[in-house]
Design a protein around this ligand. Structure first.
Ligand code: N01
Length: 490
């Protein structure tokens, strides 16, 4: 049996796609999930302090507003509960096939069907359309440090937290100072005897003022039509204006840097520490960090910032290049994710046996981030060059799933076999994206997970969210080849 749509991943993107398919009257779909629970990154990231640094009214779907967000910025458990609620209120649980780890996709040009293979001995599945919703930040990355296997203490990755490990009285080393670390360190310093934070590059940190949403506000959100939408719009436009300073180097970049420096000066008294925490690249080049408790945590007596580069891990600790060995009972790796820019999470074989990882070997590309020529009826959420450097990932995601489910709906209702994006339209789009990227802060000289080692940016979208939404607003059929069934219905 062939189903109409297979969605790979039951995180935000997968669940949102399923809801929008239902809204369009498409019921013949399944969601394939490798884990035993929904939630994707919000299921996996349960480290102490895990929260979202984008306001919840914007970090949620406009078609699933939640009047009950407890704070401006929500903790991970509240976000996970929001995803679970969407699953239940849309009756999606029975549509999810848990513990189904996809290990390959193969297109059959004769039938216009995708064969989806699974790890283990599960039988393959056939689907007319596939939505990739497996997430760009799904696989935890341990750094390639010498001696990593020799270290005899506890190793915990931020995205695979060990809740059985008791930090009380322990000496802890934290490697990394990105968005995860700035949330973890303030929590760890409360429990552990000592925390050493190993910084390779300091980040630009902006204050994050988190307020509780009062009962009156919640009642207003519940009862006044449009109140939630209005709050969302205000946050949206606030974030859009920040793009002017963080996506491109403009006078507003200087303003962002000044606010961050004032924040540093207000929170850190020690001049040496301040100097170590001052970035030497333009704000926005790496992801901006949002925290009002990271700097105070670093100033505590039981916390120390280590800025000497790590030479290797030893049996009992971390050795830095000047020859000091920092003995620790546990190392927290806040070192991010394996974002393999040229790869795909599993082999994907399209028309004429073309393997997508080969086509992407010099960097991933797509048409408007959602489709790739030669891979008919296969759609991507968070595909190449869709990363927001500002604003909310959920805003981008909603645009993607509306575009994708609209294309699927049209293909099914017209009785077409498939839609395949034209190479010329795809090339035009990518030339434009790469040209626009040269003027952005990400390509201005720092190294980040946005870039490949040779500086190719297949990750970020070089523009305002409003531009991205406009690009995905409608399906331009002139950019696609419409494949039709032959007389035998194949
Ligand atoms: O990971 P990262 P993350 N030796 O890759 C350091 C999202 N997110 O988990 O900067 C020493 O940003 C590395 O150093 P450097 C968000 O999209 C969202 O923090 O490369 N250090 C860096 O400091 C974010 O961008 C929220 O020099 C090493 C750190 O490890 C993404 O997840 C919250 C090293 C890795 O930082 C990833 O964030 C949290 C080595 N060998 C995360 N290797 C929200 O609130 C790496 N590092 C929405």
């Amino acid at each position: 049996m062939t189903i109409s749509v297979a969605i790979i991943g039951a995180g935000f993107a997968g669940i949102g796609s399923a809801i929008r398919l239902q809204d369009k009257g498409i019921d013949d779909f399944v969601i394939l999930e490798r884990d035993t629970r929904v939630g994707g990154t919000w299921r996996d990231n349960t480290y102490p302090g895990a929260a979202c640094d984008i306001p919840s009214r914007l970090y949620s779907y406009s078609f699933a507003p939640n009047p009950d967000w407890s704070h401006t910025y929500s903790r991970s458990d509240e976000i996970l509960a929001y995803i679970d609620d969407m699953v239940d209120s849309s009756n999606l649980r029975s549509r999810i096939r848990f513990e189904h780890t996809v290990n390959g996709l193969q297109y059959d040009a004769a039938t216009g069907e995708w064969t989806i293979g699974f790890a283990g001995d599960r039988a393959p599945l056939r689907a007319r359309h596939v939505i990739m919703a497996s997430g760009p930040l799904a696989n935890a990355s341990f750094p390639d440090l010498r001696g990593i296997d020799d270290y005899a203490g506890q190793k915990i990755h931020s995205a695979r937290w060990d809740h059985d490990y008791d930090f009380t009285g322990k000496k802890v080393g934290v490697i990394g100072t990105g968005a995860s670390a700035v949330q973890i360190v303030p929590e760890l310093v409360r429990e552990a005897a000592s925390v050493k934070v190993f910084q390779r590059t300091p980040g630009w940190v902006l204050p994050r003022v988190n307020t509780e949403t009062g009962g009156i506000a919640k009642r207003v959100y519940r009862s006044v039509p449009g109140a939630q939408q209005l709050a969302r719009e205000l946050w949206f436009w606030g974030h859009e204006s920040v793009a002017l300073g963080v996506v491109w180097k403009t006078p507003l970049t200087r303003v962002v840097e000044t606010v961050s420096m004032l924040h540093l000066r207000a929170q850190v008294k020690d001049p040496w520490l301040r100097r170590q925490l001052t970035p030497a690249y333009a704000a926005g080049c790496k992801r901006l960090l949002m925290s009002s408790d990271y700097y105070p945590a670093l100033e505590r007596d039981n916390c120390k910032l280590v800025t000497w580069p790590i030479a290797r891990l030893a049996r009992q600790g971390i050795r830095t290049v000047e020859g000091v060995e920092h003995q620790v009972d546990c190392i927290v790796f806040a070192t991010g994710f394996d974002v393999s820019k040229a790869g795909t999470p599993f082999p994907i074989t399209g028309l004429d046996g073309r393997v997508l990882a080969d086509a992407w070997s010099r960097g991933a590309y797509a048409y408007r981030s959602v489709a790739v020529s030669g891979y008919p009826n296969l759609y991507f959420t968070f595909g190449p060059n869709s990363g927001p450097g500002h604003n909310s990932a959920l805003v981008y995601m909603e645009a993607q799933i509306d575009f994708i489910t609209g294309a699927i709906s049209q293909t099914l209702s017209q009785g077409w076999k498939a839609l395949d994006v034209r190479t010329d339209a795809q090339d035009r789009h990518n030339r434009d994206i790469q040209r626009r990227l040269t003027a952005t802060t990400w390509n201005s000289g720092c190294q980040s997970w946005y870039l490949t080692e040779d500086g190719f940016n297949a990750t970020m979208y070089p523009g305002f969210a409003t531009q991205y939404l406009r690009e995905l607003r409608r399906l331009d059929l002139r950019d696609f080849r419409i494949l039709v069934h032959d007389h035998a219905g194949r």
